[in-house]
Write a protein that binds this ligand. Structure first.
Ligand SMILES: [Zn+2]
Length: 272
């Protein structure tokens, strides 16, 4: 599932090819994404020029001047640039067609993604307004994590995955950051002190930045190609490594279920 680094890498891959391009129109092959793709989108968007491509949490914001196209990749979405002649595959639900003929294509087999239109003030859209601080921004740090968790007795792993607490951190990077900070994923959030939250905030940043560096090598895959870009394999410490030896201490990595999601951790390095 795409998390902040995958979405940010998609943004970096596409932005240079989109900014200042005029939009010819859209092709909606399937309106039934997580929310319906708005009817009449073509009328609203055709003829406008892309001003900017931004990201908020896991949402991509394509600023078209008169409004913003909001795209979320859901569980399985990929967004990349194709030539006009590129064959359309089964799950290619949405195309944004540029005046130069190139197409920004959304492929989403599980259809949990979103394509929405916000006339103005995209960041005030109901889905975006309450998202917590960007983890790579100065607004985010141990002080923030400590203050928002004082009354939360839920497990820290689940709290980290709450987008109101921090933007864009999902299952993979929550597990990885907790490992790097040596914090047990089951620990109640309000039982973690300020010093450990300072460390955790630093490790969240470190984990995301390492993933962005790995993603950087895939940037050219966002232009042309076959839509396979966007899910880079990182050298995870714990994620997806159940029963394999911990890279630090050699103990067997454990898997547990938290909020219907798999958490991976080292029982030795993350004892408390
Ligand atoms: Zn270990």
């Amino acid at each position: 599932m795409p998390e902040l680094p995958e979405v940010e890498t998609t943004r970096r891959g596409l932005a240079p090819h989109l900014v200042n391009q005029r939009i010819r129109g859209v092709v909606v092959r399937n309106h039934a994404l997580r929310l319906p793709v708005p009817r009449g989108l073509e009328k609203k968007i055709a003829g406008s020029t892309i001003q900017n491509v931004e990201r908020r949490g896991k949402y991509l914001l394509i600023d078209c001047g008169r409004g913003t196209l909001i795209i979320h990749l859901g569980m399985s979405g990929r967004l990349w640039l194709v030539a006009p002649s590129a064959a359309v595959a089964k799950h290619d639900h949405f195309d944004l067609v540029l005046e130069n003929g190139r197409i920004v294509r959304l492929r989403d087999p599980r259809r949990f993604g979103l394509v929405l239109w916000q006339p103005r003030g995209a960041k005030e859209h109901a889905l975006l307004a309450s998202i917590g601080p960007e983890p790579l921004s100065a607004d985010f740090g141990g002080e923030w994590l400590h203050s928002v968790t004082r009354k939360r007795s839920a497990a820290i792993k689940n709290v980290l995955m709450d987008s109101h607490v921090v933007a864009g951190v999902g299952n993979i990077y929550a597990s990885e950051a907790l490992f790097r900070a040596r914090i047990n994923p089951k620990l109640a959030a309000n039982r973690i002190g300020r010093a450990r939250y300072d460390l955790l905030a630093e490790k969240i940043r470190e984990t995301l930045e390492a993933a962005l560096v790995a993603g950087g090598s895939t940037l050219r895959d966002y232009v042309g190609g076959d839509g396979q870009a966007g899910y880079f394999q990182n050298e995870h410490f714990v994620y997806g490594r159940a029963r394999e030896p911990c890279r630090v201490c050699g103990a067997a990595i454990r898997e547990l279920r938290q909020g219907q999601r798999s958490t991976f951790y080292c029982p030795v390095c993350q004892r408390r």
